[in-house]
Design a binder for this molecule. Structure first.
Ligand code: IPM
Length: 360
């Protein structure tokens, strides 16, 4: 298969972790006779530094022409500390999601057997957790009207949803549930928010089309607690943009490190694959960033194009690296010399020689 992949490395640890995912994809292409080409483009704080724009036109055009986008990370502390900054790196990520129409963000939350003791939660609580979060990505409060009064004392952000925005992601979430444990939980705040009540109404209306999926509804505050106390009760979680952002980051506690969480952002025409972690400028260029989230995002890219065997091999490589403690310091107290690149090299080696790769 021929794939043209746009690579938006972004900021902080973005370039380092993305380089490992590209390395792994190149190894896959080699072993399975595919032709993957990679084209880099600017986004985020690094794009602001070079062009004054977090999402240059050229980047949008490269991404629109590509078969898929591999995204790194975005953000810079100098903007975090300045609430008055009008141009912000995050606009690059939000802009590309909107431009490409990536309305469904899929975030798998899996408690790896070999990492159960890395979580701050009890092993018996988290064992066998396997959740798929379907986060709406191009609507809600992230994209609603914003207002700041002239005197700077009043501000508002509107959370708005239209029926079609809920329907399209809900159908995908129901279909995903059908191929799993057939349970879908809609997380909302329908006891307070009108937009949440619309979500509930629409999901209830769609549910009869999927009679084999058991649907339940949970308020976000309760879900935040249940996710930590009884994560195994969840199969597919469907939720709006901001609740999905918060819940998925919370779920990283179950997995042991946010450096493990991958995601796929899917629209009708385009698809982008990105770790859920941020840019962590403090960790940049020290070789300590965990590349697994980026590598697993590449595996989701392969799955998206039906390259299931290839994706499975990448995941096997990741599993083996975890088993052998070939992991960066966020997960490793056994070896302190395993760098970002070493993890990528190990998984690359595994893809080239699945039967022989061991710690050396
Ligand atoms: C994520 C991030 C982004 C979001 C930020 C960087 C805009 O936290 O992908 O989860 O909030 O969507």
């Amino acid at each position: 298969m021929k794939l043209n992949i746009a690579v938006l490395q972004g900021d902080g640890i973005g370039p380092e972790v993305t380089a490992q995912a590209v390395k792994v994809l190149k190894a896959v292409a080699m072993e399975f006779n595919h032709i993957f080409t990679f084209q880099k483009a600017l986004v985020g704080a690094s794009a602001i530094d070079k062009t004054g724009n977090p999402l240059p036109e050229e980047t949008i055009s490269i991404c629109k022409k590509a078969d898929a986008v591999l995204f790194g990370a975005i953000g810079d502390t100098k903007y975090d500390e300045d609430p008055d900054a009008k141009i912000r790196p995050e606009q690059g990520l939000l802009g590309i999601r909107k431009e490409l129409g990536l309305y469904t963000n899929i975030r798998p939350i899996i408690a790896y057997e070999d990492l159960l003791n890395k979580s701050s939660l009890k092993v018996k609580q988290i064992k066998d957790t396997n959740i798929l979060i379907y986060r709406e990505l191009t609507g809600g409060i992230y994209f609603g009207d914003r207002y700041l009064s002239d005197d700077g004392n009043i501000a508002s952000d509107v959370c708005k949803y239209e029926r079609f925005e809920i329907e399209r992601i809900a159908h995908l979430a129901f279909k995903a549930a059908l191929s799993r444990k057939r349970k879908l939980t809609l997380v909302d705040k329908a006891n307070v928010l009108e937009s949440s009540r619309l979500w509930r109404r629409v999901v209830k209306e769609i549910a009869p089309q999927y009679p084999n999926v058991k649907v339940n509804f949970m308020y976000i505050d309760n879900a935040a607690m249940e996710l930590i106390i009884h994560p195994r009760q969840f199969d597919v979680i469907l939720t709006e943009n901001m609740f999905g952002d918060i819940l998925s980051e919370e779920a990283s506690v179950i997995v042991g490190s946010i450096g493990l969480l991958a995601s796929a952002s899917i629209g009708d025409k385009h698809a982008m694959f990105e770790p859920i972690h941020g840019a962590y400028a403090k960790a940049a260029n020290r070789g300590v960033a965990n590349p697994i989230a980026s590598i697993l995002s590449a595996a989701m890219l392969l799955d998206h194009f039906g390259l299931y065997e290839e994706a499975a091999l990448v995941r096997e490589g990741v599993d083996k690296s975890l088993k052998l403690h070939i992991t960066t310091p966020d997960l490793n107290n056994k070896y302190d010399n395993i760098t970002t690149t070493k993890v990528g090299d190990f998984i690359e080696d595994f893809i080239q020689n699945p039967d022989e790769t061991n710690l050396n």
